[in-house]
Design a binder for this molecule. Structure first.
Ligand code: NAD
Length: 337
């Protein structure tokens, strides 16, 4: 799906985070030089430790809110710098909004100055609590602009606006990915996202927390699939004049996800229900026809493969042995991609 390109210098803002560290590694493996710029707000040194062995990897510790100056020319800029899980982006909502607005503007200005291509990691949260299902890119969303999630949702919406204004005004070659729930190794155990929450609780033998009835749905994309999609979007010859959804269209209720986790980690405790957080979306599933048509991209790793790999990584990370999974009986959830 990915064509090899000549060596480039690539800036990855947010490169020490969950997705960013996988992206940096994939770019290095393609032979590119990578500058990872990160404030380590939610990222970690552990995520990029192995990358420091690559001669072509450079780490810059900086907040994207501050003006960005680089001593070398870059040809590509990926902007992944933003906390992504609700507890983390709500911890300092003003900083989250500024990261997505001022930080995005700083990186767009840098791309303009360097004549570099720019890719924005936007989010399915721009659709808010969607009224149509699945969500195509031309759906304009249902976001509560004064709610406690707005610092992220509206910050990302404004970030997209800036991208397309830089494209119209300054002719910056921008590409905007709307990323749906992604999971895999390098997620923080405490980041508060559903997959990490359930796996970590299960591995610790704690009860699994389900918010609301558990009938709300999510779509889960394995991180390597997402990274291929981001790179394909960046390298497609002609910049799409619209945002592109990247996610796995397989749709699961939270209850189904908890059941899969329990099959993988049978020592998990029972289930406890907590009230739904404010503005929690009821249904989430990407329409990925555009990505299929324009990029030839679609995810390849079903949840039935990605979840065990993620569980094994968390088990190693937490220093716990993964108990043998329950094998008897039919799976309660079909393996879908
Ligand atoms: P993450 O929190 O693991 O990574 C974000 C990285 O950005 C971290 O390394 C963090 O330290 C860095 N960062 C945050 N604020 C910064 C700032 N002001 N200056 C410099 N660095 C800063 O999150 P992730 O899951 O890897 O997400 C990466 C990007 O993808 C984010 O922009 C997120 O909004 C977007 N996204 C992710 C998902 C998902 O499911 N993982 C879904 C939709 C969108």
């Amino acid at each position: 799906m990915l064509k090899r390109t000549a060596q480039m210098t690539v800036l990855v803002a947010g490169g020490a985070g969950f997705v960013g560290s996988h992206l940096c590694e994939a770019l290095l493996r393609q032979g590119h030089r990578v500058i990872c710029l990160d404030s380590f707000l939610t990222g970690s040194m552990e995520n990029v430790q192995a990358l420091c062995n690559f001669r072509e990897f450079r780490l810059v510790r900086q907040d994207v809110i501050e003006p960005i100056r680089l001593s070398e020319a870059v040809q590509r800029v990926y902007n992944l710098a933003s906390p992504a899980s609700p507890p983390q982006y709500q911890a300092d909502p003003v900083h989250t909004m500024m990261t997505n607005v001022v930080g995005t503007q700083n990186l767009l200005a840098l791309a303009e100055a360097h004549g570099a291509r720019f890719l924005q990691a936007s989010t399915s949260e721009v659709y808010g609590d969607p009224e149509i299902h699945p969500q195509p890119e031309d759906y304009r969303g249902n976001v509560n602009c004064t709610g406690s999630r707005a610092c992220y949702d509206e910050g990302k919406r404004a970030g997209e606006t800036l991208c397309f204004d830089y494209r119209r005004r300054a002719r910056v070659d921008v590409r905007v990915a709307r990323i749906f729930n992604t999971y895999g190794p390098h997620m923080r155990p405490d980041d508060g996202r559903i997959v990490s929450n359930l796996l970590v609780q299960a591995l610790r033998g704690e009860p699994l927390t389900i918010y609301g009835t558990g009938e709300q749905t999510r779509s889960f994309c394995y991180v390597t699939d997402l990274v291929v999609g981001l790179m394909a979007l960046m390298e497609t010859a002609e910049a799409p004049d619209c945002a592109i959804n990247l996610g796995n269209p397989g749709e699961f209720t939270v209850t189904q996800l908890a059941a899969l986790v329990r099959r993988l980690v049978p020592t998990a405790g029972g289930v406890v229900h907590h009230p739904l957080p404010e503005d929690d979306p009821r249904r989430r599933r990407p329409d990925i026809e555009r990505a299929r048509r324009l990029l030839g991209w679609e995810p390849r790793v079903p949840l039935s493969d990605g979840l065990p790999q993620t569980a094994a990584w968390f088990a190693r990370h937490l220093g716990q042995a993964l108990p043998p999974p329950v094998r008897a009986g039919r799976p309660s959830v079909p393996a879908r991609t």
